[in-house]
Design a protein around this ligand. Structure first.
Ligand SMILES: CC(C)(COP(=O)(O)OP(=O)(O)OC[C@H]1O[C@@H](n2cnc3c(N)ncnc32)[C@H](O)[C@@H]1OP(=O)(O)O)[C@@H](O)C(=O)NCCC(=O)NCCS
Length: 170
């Protein structure tokens, strides 16, 4: 497995991983799948902001997972905080790909001068909560019934990691 920055040729595989999560999980609170143009616009927006999209590829250069981050909230005061996402192809979960991606993303985030990473996780997503706990994230928010999917209410758990605890506010 190799981790590298995503390139446009990776976007069909990223779209497929994203759409599988839309259709089969509560990781993404959307009902409808997206097309390639949607992922191209996302890729361009991340590039324009200077934010990374990392992929893990197998020996055949096929994408088996990806991770990225964007601004948490669009106000000046939140400019040192990001919200990230991490997705592993369904047939590759439980093999350590998620932790691999997250460790690389945390390093990129630190190098990019950010202070806090936020994960917004559906409260029943035990695999994601465990993954984040192992990486040092702590739970800082619980929001019952703020979403709905598959005919039921969804609760949201916020977890965060302070990357540079010793740093003074700019
Ligand atoms: C959450 C996710 C990123 C974790 O990545 P991963 O590569 O599966 O992470 P790990 O290999 O460390 O597995 C995490 C845990 O889930 C378990 N697990 C997850 N999927 C599994 C599967 N299909 N088969 C077996 N175990 C699985 C692992 O055993 C492990 O449990 P453990 O910590 O008790 O050992 C990945 O499962 C995923 O992409 N899920 C769907 C999308 C999603 O929820 N994204 C996060 C949104 S906040």
């Amino acid at each position: 497995m190799i981790i590298r920055d995503a390139v446009p040729a990776d976007l069909p595989a990223i779209r497929d991983i994203f759409n599988d999560a839309v259709l089969n999980t509560t990781a993404i609170w959307m009902d409808a799948v997206v097309d390639l143009a949607n992922r191209e616009a996302w890729f361009a927006a991340r590039a324009q902001q200077g934010y990374p999209i990392l992929v893990v590829v197998d020996e055949a250069n096929a994408v088996v997972g990806y991770a990225s981050y964007g601004d948490w909230r669009p106000f000046d005061g939140f400019c040192n905080t990001v919200e990230h996402s991490v997705y592993v192809r369904s047939d590759q979960r439980g093999k350590g790909v998620g932790p691999l991606l997250m460790r690389a993303l945390i390093e990129r985030c630190k190098a990019g001068g950010k202070h806090v990473m936020v994960a917004a996780i559906e409260s029943g997503n035990a695999a994601s909560i465990r993954l984040h706990e192992r990486l040092g994230f702590i739970t800082t928010g619980q929001m019952p019934q703020v979403g709905r999917k598959f005919g039921r209410w969804l609760d949201l758990t916020f977890m965060q990691l302070i990357l540079t605890p010793e740093r003074s506010a700019p």
